[in-house]
Design a protein around this ligand. Structure first.
Ligand code: SF4
Ligand code: MG
Length: 333
């Protein structure tokens, strides 16, 4: 079976005067058409860098050291810049936390939408305008014709994020990367925007890579979940399996501190004591060992491999490979 996106053993490092930081240190996953993969973790876990690597939008100091990224049959690691620019926007759209990252404050909403469509498709201004209005209508913007003439600052944050989604969907992309798409919005709007995204995904068959620190959002949106910690995948399973049978101590911590969609952001992930390790020094132990209540001696000298412990359920923890002196099921959380 051919996956829309397939990432194999991706390593993306940052080279700074202070040393090499292993932001993404050997991550693999696949995503099929029309499906949603949630990547969850704290800030600094490598979730955004993983997504930026896929579209090759890394900061200057970042580089892909090794690994494979195949999107829709194309080798994204070795692709030419012109092919890459064509794919970005047209086949892959991005939605970020702050809509102002994607909207230009000095141009009207309508002209930005029209320009985007015409940058990627050979259509007349009138056709692009019609499609833009239709998209604004689809995302629930009242009086879309009139809104075409609005400047971004005349719209609320929620409305701006709807415009971004309308723009993202206007080219019928195969794939959307949504990086904390609703974090900046208040809770009622948050859930409306997620419903909207899900509805459009079904209508257009778009695959979504959803990056979030909020497991409540993943539960609502994602088919599969990958939990990242300090640049590595610690657990990966279908959403149902992960919630029913979580196996990694870090996942347990995330679930115990899981915010409801109705909680505010400050409540997120507060209950796991400690901080992630220095990413320059990782790779000799379990990255979570300083914070893990179950850490054994072996955890400090051997990186736990990501093993498939049940069909489609992967976990990287010595509790699950017997080396920690414990076997599966022995831990009572
Ligand atoms: Fe905790 Fe050890 Fe498992 Fe790491 S490998 S999560 S330190 S038990
Ligand atoms: Mg981020």
């Amino acid at each position: 079976r051919e996956h829309l996106l397939s990432v194999k053993d991706l390593k993306t490092y940052f080279h700074t005067s202070a040393g090499i930081s292993k932001a993404v240190d050997g991550v693999s996953f696949t995503l099929d058409r029309g499906k949603t993969l949630g990547i969850v973790g704290e800030s600094g876990s490598g979730k955004s860098v993983t997504a930026s690597s896929v579209i090759r939008l890394l900061p200057k100091t970042g580089s892909i050291e090794s690994g494979e990224i195949e999107f829709d049959g194309k080798d994204m690691v070795n692709i030419s810049m012109s092919d890459l620019l064509e794919i970005r926007g047209k086949d892959i759209a991005m939605i970020y936390q702050d809509p102002m990252t994607s909207l230009d404050p000095v141009f009207k909403v309508g002209s930005q939408m029209i320009e985007l469509i015409r940058a990627h498709e050979n259509v007349t201004k009138e056709e692009a305008r019609k499609r833009s209005i239709e998209m604004l209508r689809l995302v629930g913007i009242p009086e879309p014709e009139r809104r075409m003439d609005s400047y971004p600052y005349e719209l609320s944050g929620g409305m701006c994020q709807r415009v971004i989604i309308a723009m993202a969907m206007s080219l019928h992309p195969k794939f959307i990367i949504a990086d904390e798409p609703t974090t900046a919005l208040d809770v009622t709007v948050q859930s409306q925007v997620l419903d909207l995204l899900q509805g459009l995904q079904e209508k257009f068959g778009t695959a979504i890579l959803l990056i979030t620190h909020n497991l409540g959002i993943v539960w609502k949106m994602a088919d599969d979940v990958m939990v990242m910690y300090a640049g590595r995948t610690v657990e990966h399973a279908s959403t149902g399996e992960l919630y029913a049978n979580p196996l990694h101590p870090y996942t347990w911590g995330l679930l115990d501190s899981m915010p409801k969609l109705s909680d505010d952001e400050d409540a997120d992930l507060k209950t796991i004591p400690g901080v992630p390790p220095d990413l320059r020094l990782t790779g000799t132990c379990c990255n979570f060992c300083d914070r893990c209540p179950y850490a054994k001696e072996i955890c400090e000298r051997e990186v736990p491999p990501l093993n498939e412990v049940a069909p489609g359920h992967f976990v990287a923890c010595h509790l699950q490979d017997g080396k920690g002196g414990l076997v599966r099921g022995e831990v009572n959380r």
